[in-house]
Design a protein around this ligand. Structure first.
Ligand code: GUN
Length: 283
């Protein structure tokens, strides 16, 4: 089995990004990412800190704006507008979930589509489904890059994605379709789920259930991408796939951790750098 090592690829890309940032700085532009976190969700705190840390590591400017859990929608929208208008800000990311009093759709729609490094805004989602250039959600983007790095061609393949979220399943389906795969999106209401996943040449598991997919759910020789991050009672993290059982059954597979996860932040940095390159061109 070929291990699809996301950490190794992420490290490689991070070095290239450090060089790209140096070049941009010589040209007078320091790429800048602003991450907004509202409230104090512990998982969000960890994610936003990792994004900050990575940005700093590659030499980018980055700012974490932590707002109180009582922040109103109007206050958050006003902050987004200020950042939209700030020429020195390349990427804006609002960490989800947001507190109940704030409508996530309103906030995502307010972010300038050209600074929407998460690729969540309706304009970018529309461009993605039209197979036009735009900013793309980071986890799906990272999965495509990991497959490409391992020379796994998705064209003509039967791809089954289990999970229909706006963050992973839906944008990944569009990317796969754009790359000429035959795509099925399955989810919690899919009938006979494991019969379906067993037909997949490439299975993407984003269901949020530890070790859900074993030999009974996966075709021999398939490629398996595990997007699950499940914390077990002993504190360890595991995927949606039974890695142990599948090791001798599949042709390639991502581990958890060190698979898809490290690629997500790497794609976030890459898109921020790409936006900064546009700023150089505009002068
Ligand atoms: N919450 C969980 N994943 C994500 C993500 O990729 N982006 C944002 N903004 N929030 C998230």
């Amino acid at each position: 089995m070929e291990l699809l090592d996301g950490r190794a690829l992420a490290n490689e890309l991070t070095h290239a990004q450090q060089t790209a940032v140096k070049t941009l700085k010589v040209q007078g532009v320091t790429p800048k990412l602003v991450v907004i976190m509202v409230g104090d969700d512990p998982a969000s705190a960890i994610y936003t800190q990792s994004k900050q840390k990575r940005a700093t590591k590659i030499g980018m400017a980055s700012e974490l704006k932590r707002l109180s859990a009582e922040t109103t929608e109007a206050e958050l929208l006003a902050l987004v507008k200020t950042l939209n208008d700030d020429r020195t800000v390349d990427g804006i990311l609002v960490q989800l979930p947001l507190p109940k009093q704030i409508n996530e759709d309103h906030v995502i729609q307010a972010i300038d589509a050209k600074k929407d490094v998460d690729g969540f805004s309706p304009v970018n989602i529309g461009q993605l489904w039209l197979n036009q250039p735009g900013l793309v959600a980071c986890t799906p983007n990272g999965i495509m890059r990991l497959l490409a790095a391992h020379k796994i061609d998705v064209a003509g393949k039967n791809v089954v994605i289990v999970g229909r979220s706006n963050i992973v399943g839906r944008p990944l389906a569009a990317l796969m379709l754009n790359a000429n795969a035959t795509v099925t999106i399955a989810h919690s209401r899919t009938a006979n789920l494991k019969d379906l996943t067993k037909t997949a040449d490439i299975l993407v598991a984003a269901i949020g259930k530890p070790h859900f997919f074993g030999i009974d759910a996966v075709k021999e020789g398939a490629v398996v991408i595990d997007v699950g991050i499940n914390r077990l009672e002993d504190g360890s993290v595991t995927g949606d796939v039974d890695f142990e059982a599948l090791q001798t059954h599949v042709s390639a597979m991502t581990p958890v951790p060190r698979g898809v996860g490290p690629m997500t932040i790497t794609m976030l940095m890459e898109q921020t750098i790409e936006i900064a390159k546009e700023r150089v061109k505009r002068g």
